[in-house]
Design a binder for this molecule. Structure first.
Ligand SMILES: [Zn+2]
Ligand SMILES: [Zn+2]
Length: 364
């Protein structure tokens, strides 16, 4: 087999290079993944632009799907997979020993220094091939893998990441179940995934908000299971949410808009008394104007942040994808070749006119 792997290396903000990197030796506890596809998400665009605190140079790509090319005996036993199996790889590589890991919050583990995960560990740390913008990716002893059926198209199977986020943010954290009304703010890939997950969890009513320019995504939200969509520029969303919920408001509000802080303040008006608000959209560290904390007090609202995805949510996502119950392929808009990584990221970021992306992936 090849001794080197093509890999995209980010050397500075907005600078990507295609390089050949040596394929690492595998020992008893590690493995090598042949990348079939790598999902692209909003944080790839932030990493590219240089707004995330990522150590450079680095091979990006934190949503890997691939085939186990080589694996150590102990790793095969621990992971329950072997050469030739298809696996989804979780982003975070936890240390397994820090208070976060011991406390069951491995997705916020910082025990290995900074954010340690596929797509985020710098080139300087051997064996360099940590990210999935490459033909091959290293599997660390602490990487977490999930077996995925091989007969699904890679572009569909790689959606385990956004759909997993939907299960964690819209179901696991707010404990969504039958009878709940779920309001999703923002119809991007995470918002659509939240719709899919809330529906799968048995939510009674699912509503999605967006802007006028999101018309296509809002239509897709309907196809994926939303009962109602609201264009917040054309309608009074507070009034509409009240109408749709019989005056109660939503039991669960999931905030997944990018960069806009205003919907966080609005969520307090949409949520029902005793309701739960999950904040998962990042705002570039901007403060939230018009945040009326008295509403939190008076309505006994629970507000919780969501960072990353858990194994349980990934597993739920993979089962849903494998079931074929939801036309998830309608979310998929673009496949890009490895050498087109820059165009892929800029397309997702909306920098290229006329190219509207929802879910896209790199296919080396
Ligand atoms: Zn991502
Ligand atoms: Zn840890």
């Amino acid at each position: 087999m090849a001794r080197t792997s093509r890999a995209i290396v980010q050397t500075a903000p907005r600078r990507l290079e295609l390089r050949e990197l040596p394929i690492p030796e595998i020992d008893d506890d590690t493995g090598l993944l042949r990348v079939e596809a790598c999902g692209i998400c909003g944080s790839d665009a932030e990493q590219y632009a240089g707004v995330l605190p990522v150590r450079l140079p680095v091979v990006p790509g934190h949503e890997p799907l691939g085939i186990v090319e080589r694996i150590g005996d102990r790793a095969a036993k621990r992971w329950g997979v072997d050469v030739g199996d298809r696996v989804a790889v979780e982003t975070l590589i936890p240390c397994g020993h820090c208070p976060a890991c011991i406390g069951g919050r491995y997705q916020v583990c910082r025990g290995r220094g900074g954010m340690f995960g596929h797509g985020y560990v710098p080139l300087a740390q051997p064996p360099a091939l940590w990210g999935a913008y490459a033909d091959y990716m290293f599997l660390d002893p602490f990487s977490i893998v999930h077996r995925v059926r091989k007969d699904l198209p890679a572009a569909l199977a790689v959606m385990f990441n956004p759909i997993g986020a939907g299960f964690r943010w819209a179901v696991e954290i707010p404990r969504t179940g039958p009878g709940d009304t779920v309001l999703v703010l923002g119809p991007g890939q995470r918002g659509l995934a939240s719709v899919v997950a809330a529906r799968a969890a048995g939510a009674d009513l699912v509503i999605v908000t967006g802007l006028a320019r999101d018309a296509r995504k809002l239509a897709l939200a309907r196809e994926l299971g939303a009962d109602h969509v609201i264009d917040v520029e054309a309608e009074d969303a507070r009034v509409r949410v009240r109408e749709l919920t019989g005056g109660r408001g939503a039991d669960v509000v999931v905030e997944v808009t990018a960069n806009a802080p205003e919907p966080v303040a609005e969520a307090l008006h949409y949520v029902a008394t005793g309701g739960r608000i999950v904040l998962a959209g990042v705002k570039g560290l901007k403060a939230v104007p018009d945040f009326v904390s008295d509403l939190v007090v008076a309505k006994e609202i629970t507000i919780q942040g969501a960072f990353g995805v858990t194994s349980r949510a990934y597993a739920a996502a993979i089962r849903l994808i494998e079931s074929g119950r939801v036309p998830l392929e309608k979310m998929h808009t673009h496949d890009f070749r490895l050498e087109d990584a820059e165009r892929a990221i800029r397309t997702l970021a909306g920098e290229l006119p006329g190219e509207a992306s929802i879910h896209s992936c790199l296919v080396p």
